[in-house]
Design a protein around this ligand. Sequence first.
Ligand code: NAP
Length: 168
Amino acid sequence: MEMILAVDRDWHIGYKGDMLFYIHEDLARFKEITMGHIMVMGKNTFLSLPGSKPLPGRIHVVFSRDENFKVPGVVVVRSEEEMDAWVEENRKPDQKVFLIGGGSLCNQLLHRVNKAHITYVDKAFPNYDTALPNLDQNPDFTITWESEEKTDPSGLEYVYRTYERNRQ
Ligand SMILES: NC(=O)c1ccc[n+]([C@@H]2O[C@H](COP(=O)([O-])OP(=O)(O)OC[C@H]3O[C@@H](n4cnc5c(N)ncnc54)[C@H](OP(=O)(O)O)[C@@H]3O)[C@@H](O)[C@H]2O)c1
C-alpha cells in the first residue's frame, strides 16, 4: 500500500484532532493523487474530515473497534484481516490503496507501506499530540524523488518527497 501524509520538521502530524497546518496546493495534490482510489484511515482521521463526511470520488475504509460507529457510504473495518478481506473482494484492477492517517493507523500499518508521498514542512510546530514514524531515520526507506522547494502564501516552506521501501 501507499501512504500519503503531511509532516512538520519533526514528523508531527496533528493536534487535538486537527492537522498542524493547511497548505492549499498540498490539499489539491492529495485530491489528485487519491482520486478514484481506496483510502484507509483510523476513525479519528475520518472524523477530522470536513463535516466528518467522506470526500467525493474515493472509497473510505475506516478502522474502528466501536460497534456503533456506522456512517453511510463508509466501509468500517475492525482489523487488518477485515480490511484485507474487503479490499480483496472489492478493489478494481486499477485501484490503489492509500493509507492517509492518522498516527495510530500509520504506526500499525507501516510494515505494509511500500511507497510514501510526504509533504515535508520545514517548521517545528510547538503544539502536537500525533506523530508519524520518521522515514528519514528508517533504513528500510529511501527518498526516490523530491520536488523543488515551495513557499505557500502564509510563508510556510515545504517540499514534496517520495519515499520507497528498499528492495530486499
Ligand atoms: N498531517 C497529516 O497528513 C494527517 C493525516 C491524517 C490525520 N492527521 C491527524 O492525525 C490525528 C489523528 O490520528 P490518531 O492517531 O489520533 O487517530 P487515527 O489513527 O486516525 O484513528 C485512531 C482510531 O482508529 C481505530 N483503530 C486504530 N487501530 C485500530 C485497529 N487495529 N483495529 C480497529 N480499529 C482501530 C480506533 O477507533 P475506535 O476508538 O473507534 O476503536 C482508534 O481510536 C488528527 O490530529 C489528524 O488531524 C494528520
